[in-house]
Design a protein around this ligand. Structure first.
Ligand SMILES: Cc1ncc(COP(=O)(O)O)c(C=O)c1O
Length: 438
């Protein structure tokens, strides 16, 4: 647990945003996603100020990668902090527009955007469409021409940098479905975009992976990307936007580094400094520099509260079964990700047990984590699992027809829904009978 003013233990009770976990359960029940507004704001500000400081007079933007947690209230917070919004689907774009995000501050990604997603982006005149393939250039140019639009576009390039992170979240390997490999292929694509009548080519984007702590991977991608900017400049193509993607790691458990807003500011300041230095060595003007953190903005702001329903000590392993599981947090099932947790209502007691926290789904792999150090749990205790703000709600499902838990925002001792409870009716809303069944 990475404690802070808005996530702390007082008199043996876990307090988030000034509200105790016990009060939150009393008022909203469990399972419950809890999100700390102040922390989202603090981290957002740190990214903006760090990047600004490092890039000097150059223009910058921090785009929140909304795939981490896409919700109108969250996007209202991030956009009010001046962040752009990165979306990867029509659904995320719709949410951003509903949240009141300025279309010019929306960036759309995706390796296989559908026709309707591209048309929706054009119709709403969003800031940037990040083109991912040769065939997309053609489609987008055609749709833009039909709609009499000229969208500002970036090209996602694959800089072939292997980030030291889980294989499933590496995105810049030679064998990757994302982007076009940097060099001849990418330049060919860019030339087509520059010549396309209905596209306004603005620059390049890369994203090397997620949950990255090894900053030499960023250094390599800066070196590769800026060298490419220089090559393009030599060939008469100006890069006005350089988007270096996201991937900044957060603390989950064990040996993960502990991050603070200050440390994020420092990290992105250094990133901006090396970008600026490389550009100046090549004698190039500074393009607008964009980064796209997702996990780092909301990850540690989130805590999930569960109630303990069953305890089984098998001798070989002790299972603490909670009223959630892979339907609200599938990350263990997907990547064996680790978490830290406490018993929120007896947080001062020693972490004397070594347990597996399992869910209530009909899968043996339905685990929140294994070998978690925890206070001695009893039935009805509250288990708080930390760092669940990113890629939990956004990856949740109705598996076994469990309802996706509601989410509450906490701030200065107040708590309120930002995702209302899902009812059984909600879950079967789109069920219907085939004509011959009626
Ligand atoms: C293009 C792009 N940008 C940003 C991100 C955000 O990554 P993270 O949440 O690790 O910061 C992702 C994640 O998949 C991505 O694909």
């Amino acid at each position: 647990m990475n404690t802070r003013e808005t996530l702390k233990i007082e008199n043996g009770q876990l307090i988030i945003g000034g509200v105790s976990a016990v009060e939150l359960r009393e008022k909203f029940g469990t399972p419950l996603y809890v999100l700390d507004e102040s922390y989202i704001r603090e981290v957002s500000r740190a990214f903006v100020s760090g990047l600004k400081e490092g890039y000097g007079e150059g223009e910058i933007a921090v785009a929140y990668a909304s795939k981490a947690l896409c919700n109108t209230a969250v996007l209202k917070i991030t956009s009010s902090e001046g962040l752009y919004t990165d979306v990867v689907s029509g659904g995320e774009l719709f949410t951003a527009l509903k949240a009141g995000v300025e279309p010019s501050k929306i960036i759309m990604h995706g390796n296989n955007k559908t026709d309707s997603e591209l048309k929706m982006a054009l119709e709403n005149e969003i800031g940037y469409i990040v083109v991912d393939s040769f065939c997309e250039i053609e489609r987008l140019n055609k749709f833009a021409s039909e709609a009499s639009k000229k969208p500002t576009v970036l090209l996602r390039v694959n800089p072939l940098v292997t980030a030291h992170t889980h294989e499933a979240v590496q995105t810049a390997k030679a064998d990757s479905k994302f982007g076009i490999v940097i060099g001849d292929e990418a330049e060919k694509a860019i030339k087509i975009m520059v010549d396309a009548e209905n596209l306004e080519f603005m620059g390049i984007h890369c994203h090397i992976g997620s949950q990255i702590f090894d900053y030499s991977a960023y250094e390599s991608s800066v070196a590769t990307m800026t060298e490419f900017v220089k090559r393009l400049s030599d060939d008469g193509i100006e890069i006005k936007v350089l988007n270096m993607g996201g991937g900044f790691g957060v603390f989950y458990a064990g040996d993960d580094p502990m991050f603070t807003p200050r440390r994020y500011a420092h990290t992105v300041k250094n990133l901006a400094i090396i970008v600026a230095k490389a550009l100046s060595e090549y004698g190039l003007k500074k393009p607008m520099l964009i980064i796209e953190p997702g996990r780092a903005i909301v990850g540690e702001a989130g805590v999930t509260l569960y109630s303990v329903g069953t305890i089984k000590d098998l001798g070989v392993r002790k299972y603490i079964a909670v009223d959630g599981g892979m339907f609200d947090n599938p990350r263990f099932a997907l990547y064996q990700s680790e978490y830290s947790a406490i018993i929120a209502n007896k947080a001062n007691e020693p972490l004397s047990d070594n347990v597996s926290i399992c869910g209530k789904c009909c899968e043996s792999g339905d685990l929140i984590g294994v070998d978690i150090k925890l206070q001695k749990a009893e039935l009805d205790d509250i288990v708080a699992v930390f760092t669940t703000g990113a890629y939990n709600y956004s990856m949740a499902s109705n598996y076994n027809l469990n309802a996706v838990p509601p989410m509450v925002l906490v701030k200065d001792g107040k708590a309120d829904y930002i995702v209302k409870p899902q009812t059984f009716e909600d879950m079967i809303r789109n069920n219907c009978f085939a004509s011959w069944q009626k």
